[in-house]
Design a protein around this ligand. Structure first.
Ligand SMILES: Cc1cc2nc3c(=O)[nH]c(=O)nc-3n(C[C@H](O)[C@H](O)[C@H](O)COP(=O)(O)OP(=O)(O)OC[C@H]3O[C@@H](n4cnc5c(N)ncnc54)[C@H](O)[C@@H]3O)c2cc1C
Length: 445
């Protein structure tokens, strides 16, 4: 009798696969054995995080490795493994640990991640492998916080990569698209715990675009959401403060408004109504924009950075040279007007400092991120392809974990160190044990 594995689906319901085999190794030795056994059977092998990538980057039709048990001492149900160097603020964790669990553990040691994205359900390895980022003109994505990692490469070797061991591999391995091996352990440079003072305002889009460059540079963490079909944006400005500052934390209610009411409840209603009756989208967007602004609160950094997302959507996001963002957003507004689409999800605009990771969308340039979303029940393709064209014309690079339609031919020209990354891939995975159809598309065979 042939026992079939259950099908695997990603969060955005854009990808699914029924792997030949699924394994949950609880030790590095078991990861190594799984990689060698897959090779022996002629199968490809991939680790999967929480499936929050919208692209097929995590698809594992051969052997799928789930590393959650490796993150816990004694396997499933155990305590998370964590090693803290209190002097340097460097923290080593298993690659499959969730960001949510990590930030709670760090808080217990008086530490925090320096920046985070919109959610914290992803695994550490999944987040760094696709270039997951938050916002902040002087701050970089999660992969830039990695100072060392351990991975099992194509021939089963366990390789340590750090400033002192195989250091030449660091700019590739910290953001490696899952193409270089199975990451088992990650060391992150953390910072002392801090709180964020959050200010939310409803503002006019034209005014925000005029001041975007200056506000991205002068605020710690600035971003905005523009509500299509309206002149309104919701701006979010978060300012870092020491955790021990007097009055550091304020009431929970405004944060609950951010988390539950706005990010979920209100959007679900708007999306459902807008899908049923598209003509309602513009008035609903105006009502949402008015309901969301003008609040202030202060809380622990991780609780302000990340919210929960229960309304399922699809997303495309591009990283642009930051000074191109205002014109690109104006072009998206003109596109939506010209095509007559009814877009119920706001357009999110963030920023990040230049980094030095070879395949980071923010590599070598101060960056602005523009992302567009569509509700899970709507077909995103026509909208996403048209927005992508605008982003490409403005020098954009796609987020590796979000929907896009580009391949290696175009991407090679967007990344000065693309070929250097491919050389590392040839060295660590010459037989392409870790590839899949998405990686073949974006990196080549
Ligand atoms: C609701 C939602 C909100 C989001 N918000 C943001 C945001 O604010 N900012 C942002 O930048 N992105 C955001 N994303 C995208 C998300 O952060 C990335 O797609 C991230 O990669 C997902 O992590 P994951 O653990 O689910 O990894 P998966 O999607 O499961 O895998 C991603 C990649 O990592 C590889 N991988 C996983 N584990 C390992 C391992 N141990 N070794 C080697 N490779 C491994 C996989 O093979 C795959 O290539 C969001 C996505 C969703 C659905």
């Amino acid at each position: 009798m042939i026992l079939r594995t259950p099908p695997w689906r990603n969060w955005g319901r854009t990808e699914s696969v029924r792997p030949v085999r699924m394994e949950r190794p609880a030790t590095v030795g078991a990861v190594r054995r799984a990689v060698l056994a897959a090779a022996g059977a002629g199968l490809r092998v991939k680790a999967v995080g929480t499936g929050h990538s919208f692209t097929g980057i995590a698809l594992a039709p051969g052997v799928q490795l789930d590393l959650h048990d490796l993150a816990l001492a004694g396997g499933a149900g155990g305590e998370a493994r964590i090693a803290v160097d209190a002097e340097t603020g460097r923290v080593t964790v298993a690659a499959g640990l969730s960001l949510h669990r990590l930030t709670r553990l760090l808080a217990g040691h008086g530490l925090a991640l320096t920046n985070l994205g919109d959610i914290d359900t992803q695994t550490v390895a999944g987040a760094i492998s696709t270039g997951t980022h938050g916002t902040g003109g002087r701050f970089r994505g999660l992969a830039s916080q990695v100072v060392a990692l351990t991975l099992v490469v194509g021939d089963g070797t366990v390789l340590r990569v750090s400033e002192t061991e195989n250091a030449e591999l660091l700019p590739a391995a910290r953001l490696g698209l899952g193409a270089l091996g199975i990451i088992t352990e990650v060391t992150l440079q953390c910072v002392p715990s801090f709180v964020l003072h959050a200010v939310r305002k409803t503002e006019n889009l034209d005014d925000v675009l005029e001041t975007y460059l200056q506000r991205s540079a002068s605020s710690d963490h600035f971003e905005f959401f523009w509500f299509p079909h309206t002149p309104f944006t919701l701006t979010k400005t978060n300012t870092r403060r020491a955790a021990a500052a007097p009055g550091a934390r304020t009431a929970r209610l405004p944060r609950w408004v951010d988390d539950e009411l706005l990010a979920n409840g209100l959007y679900r209603a708007v999306c459902d109504l807008g899908t049923a009756i598209p003509a309602l989208v513009p008035p609903l967007a105006r009502a949402s924009a008015r309901a969301t602004g003008n609040r202030e609160f202060t809380d622990a950094s991780a609780r302000v950075f990340a919210t929960s997302r229960t309304v399922r959507f699809r997303e495309l996001e591009y990283a642009l040279p930051r000074d191109r963002v205002p014109d690109a957003v104006r072009a998206v507004r003109a596109l939506i007007d010209a095509r007559g689409w009814r877009i119920s999800f706001p357009i999110e605009v963030r920023c990040a400092a230049a980094d030095d990771l070879w395949l980071s969308p923010a590599s070598g340039r101060d960056t602005g991120y523009v992302s567009v979303h569509r509700y899970v029940r709507e077909d995103p393709e026509a909208y996403f392809r048209a927005v992508e064209q605008i982003m490409l014309e403005h020098g954009g690079r796609p987020h590796w974990g979000k929907l896009h339609y580009q391949g290696a031919d175009v991407l090679r020209g967007r990344y000065p160190r693309f070929n250097d990354f491919l050389d590392v891939r040839d060295r660590l995975d010459p037989e392409r044990r870790f590839t899949n159809s998405y990686l073949e598309r974006v990196l080549g065979p």
